[in-house]
Ligand binder design. Structure first.
Ligand code: SF4
Ligand code: SF4
Length: 308
């Protein structure tokens, strides 16, 4: 992450998604920032984990012209089994292959944006925020890793009375979240496992810090929407969900619980990044079981959504 004065003005943005209706109330524009401290095995945005720009390559659209191979200044593209493949150790993410490929097989993920540049993009959708009760959501990756940048952008938007939500994994130093408290209206907060061993096994990190941070956000009076990614056979037993609900009941500011059923939509991106997808055999949850879990959480008095 940038740590010099530069990150007061610039952030590494991967995507700006307009007309989003699942990242908080109303119609929202969601800003996806690069970099995440966790390595969740089911992550559907693996291109946002690395805190630096990187290249996605879609082999399916390649027309085998050889332009990328000939023009790569680092000789980082080689031929293997009739395909052009990136040697990611040699690649410097210069972007030449993105420019020369006639088929659009390459994408550069992550571009540096100034506070002003991003604010100008986000205020374009103001009319949608106003008519729908929506606003802007900072997501990722983990947006609070770039908290100085997010704070500056959010300050500008708050000046325009735009509602701000932060979609966080919570697994960051408390200071990162604390710095944003006066510029955010809502936090979307992931709780992935009640059991710490499983949390460590499937995300690469303990859940201790994120549990403490959830309590601190609640104590600070920040409205929370809790998000539960539902992974069949991994975290979806009645016992495990009951344990998560017990934890959520200890938070005073929870407005809603969103169940996020596992899906496979991100798998193609692992191939495009040259990464292994480790949950290959997992299937989306059974509808009846999903409804049972929804009812269980609702019975504790929470408003629950299931992504429909
Ligand atoms: S981004 Fe640059 S260095 Fe990397 S593969 Fe493409 S042309 Fe080569
Ligand atoms: S430039 Fe594009 S189309 Fe040509 S070989 Fe490279 S990836 Fe394939």
């Amino acid at each position: 992450m940038p740590s010099s004065e530069k990150d007061l003005e610039y952030g590494l943005v991967s995507k700006i998604q307009r007309y989003s209706i699942k990242d908080g109330p109303g119609i929202r524009t969601t800003v996806f920032l690069k970099g995440c401290p966790m390595q969740c095995e089911w992550c559907c945005n693996p291109e946002l984990i690395n805190p630096h720009p990187e290249i996605l390559k879609d082999q399916k659209v390649c027309v085998h012209c050889g332009e990328c191979f000939s023009n790569c200044p680092e000789d980082a593209i080689f031929e293997e089994a009739d395909e052009y493949v990136i040697n990611r150790t040699l690649c410097t993410v210069c972007g030449v292959c993105v420019e020369v490929c006639p088929a659009g097989a390459y994408q550069l993920i992550g571009r540096s944006m100034s506070v002003n540049e991003l604010v100008l993009e986000l205020v374009k959708d103001r009319v949608f925020y106003e008519v729908s009760g929506g606003g802007v959501t900072f997501s990722g990756g983990e947006p609070s890793l770039q908290y100085r940048f997010v704070r500056r952008v959010a300050q500008e938007l708050k000046g325009d009375q735009i509602h701000i939500a932060l979609d966080t994994c919570g697994n960051v130093p408390w200071e990162n979240l604390q710095e944003l408290l006066d510029v955010i209206d809502l936090v979307l907060y992931d709780i992935k496992f009640a059991d710490n061993d499983k949390h460590t096994r499937y995300t690469g990190t303990s859940n201790e810090v994120l549990k403490q941070n959830a309590k601190k956000l609640s104590a600070a009076g920040v409205p929370l929407i809790i998000r539960l990614p539902l992974l069949p056979g991994i975290n979806d037993s009645m016992e495990e969900i009951k344990e998560m609900v017990t934890f959520i009941e200890g938070l005073d500011t929870v407005k809603q619980v969103d169940i996020l059923p596992y899906h496979k939509l991100g798998i193609g991106k692992y191939i495009m990044l040259g990464k292994e997808y480790r949950l290959g055999t997992l299937e989306p949850p059974d509808r009846k079981h999903l409804e049972k879990l929804r009812d269980l959480i609702q019975a504790q008095g929470f408003t629950v959504t299931t992504g429909e």
